[in-house]
Design a binder for this molecule. Structure first.
Ligand code: DOR
Ligand code: ZN
Length: 446
């Protein structure tokens, strides 16, 4: 990828444009002029426009044009662990994955629990000029679970939510105060739902596979207990509560019931929890060590159904880069997490193809739904909207390999897997921030 490029005129001719928020799924021409969507419609790509000086024309036959994606949950490791990832490499990976917005979790070194860190992260991202970065501040100082952060300051500095992700806020009293405080300025509170008392020393999902492998298990109930408690607290406080990386069928059931009672709760699921089970751990591949752990087929089915029916609002990557230092070791020593920003689209298009997930719902779960949760203007194909879109080739086949990934870390169990579906181009903030290869002719320009 070269740096962000601006075009005065970008024309997507005869592309299948999909934007569920507009009820749009049609083959049309889409014209982006000076970074904004100028026209959407049949015949919008007039001969005159196509031949205009400097116009970039992309023949869209067989391609999809979608609003660009919004990730609610990525670990970009800057400040402090830039050997795993930094804001530049993380945003390059995001652009390559189709994202225009990335929310960055606060478990950096130091933890993002103060205004100055939030501000520094945003300033660094602006310098780079790729997808927009939206920091998530910590709920508690140092993510230690005790003293609340100055959430008003964090919000004022640009934080879009608070979370102690990586750790759970286990104290009911602290969680109650966090929800009450955050509610005073409508900041969402994102919980990493894990009762640590039930998961001490756990390396994978607790079940038949963990027993067979002799690895200590992380029972589903450790997640379910926290989700159930937090929903009661959210109901009592009226706060906006969001569950990170839902992994268990029990949590799905509790969420469904809470939503039916009108409680302000939202949830996300990761591509890996939608596509892998604990059986992936059988070879002791440390790339499969992730928190929460990969669960069983019934959980995967429940997550997929919940995503399809909207019980789970959004897809989030939980992009968690780790270097060989943390992964080329024994399973028990490995840090949990896998990368995801560049793999979401091909992994989840497979669910669309096998009819587990409607394409429109997948697009919503990657765009409008996550934007709504953290209060961002959703990328849109509406005329007049800022150019934030991605061009997809749904039939391109490619093999996931370290060389193809922009992320500094390559920790994914999907290396070597052949997938179908590729992001050809991403626009963020009105500019081209990623382009896979030349797919068009550019007239009159150098
Ligand atoms: O697998 C995970 N990795 N889960 C988390 O909650 C944290 C993350 C990380 O920071 O690596
Ligand atoms: Zn995380």
């Amino acid at each position: 990828m070269s740096g962000p490029a601006s075009y005065d005129l970008l024309v997507f001719a005869a592309v299948r444009a999909i934007d569920p928020a507009l009820g749009l799924d049609e083959v049309v021409d889409v014209v982006v002029e000076k970074g904004r969507i100028a026209r959407v419609g049949r015949g919008a790509a007039t001969a005159e426009l196509r031949s205009a000086q400097g116009a970039r024309v992309i023949e869209g036959e067989g391609l999809l044009l979608l609003p660009a994606f919004v990730d609610l949950h990525a670990h970009l490791r800057e400040p402090g662990q830039e050997y795993k990832e930094d804001i530049a490499s993380g945003l390059a990976a995001a652009a390559a994955g189709g994202f225009a917005h990335v929310c960055a979790m606060p478990n950096t070194r130091p933890v993002n629990d103060t205004r100055s860190i939030t501000e520094a992260m945003i300033a660094r991202a602006r310098q780079i000029g790729g997808p927009a970065l939206h920091p998530i501040g910590a709920i508690t100082m140092g993510q230690k679970g005790a003293e609340l952060t100055e959430m008003a300051d964090l919000k004022d500095a640009g934080a879009v939510a608070v979370s102690d992700d990586g750790r759970c806020v286990t104290s009911s009293a602290v969680m109650r105060r966090a929800l009450e405080y955050a509610a005073t300025f409508d900041l969402p509170v994102i919980q990493h739902a894990e009762d640590h008392a039930l998961t001490e020393g756990a390396l994978m999902h607790e079940g038949a596979v963990s027993t067979k492998l002799g690895l200590r298990g992380w029972p589903r109930v450790a997640e379910d207990i926290i989700v159930a408690r937090d929903i009661l607290l959210a109901e009592a406080t009226g706060a906006r509560y969001h569950v990170a990386h839902v992994s268990s069928r029990g949590a799905v059931r509790i969420l469904r019931e809470a939503k039916s009672r009108g409680i302000k709760v939202t949830a996300e699921v990761t591509p890996h929890h939608l596509t892998l089970t604990d059986a992936a751990v059988i070879g002791y591949d440390t790339a499969c060590r992730v928190n929460p752990p990969l669960r069983e087929a019934e959980d995967v089915a429940a997550l997929c159904e919940a995503l399809a029916d909207g019980t789970i609002d959004a897809v989030a990557t939980d992009h968690a880069p780790h270097s060989p230092l943390e992964k080329d070791c024994e399973f028990a020593e490995a840090s949990p997490g896998m990368i995801g920003l560049e793999l979401v689209l091909p992994l989840l298009l497979a669910l669309v193809r096998d009819k587990s997930l409607p394409l429109g719902r997948l697009v919503d779960a990657l765009t409008a739904a996550p934007a709504r949760i953290v209060g961002l203007t959703a990328p849109s194909l509406r005329e007049g909207a800022l150019g934030e879109l991605c061009l997809i080739d749904p039939t391109a086949r490619w093999t996931i390999s370290p060389e193809r990934l922009r992320s500094k870390s390559k920790n994914t169990p999907f290396l070597g897997k052949e997938v179908t579906g590729a992001v050809r181009m991403t626009l963020a903030g009105g500019r081209v921030v990623h382009e896979a290869e030349t797919t068009s002719s550019q007239r009159g320009a150098n």
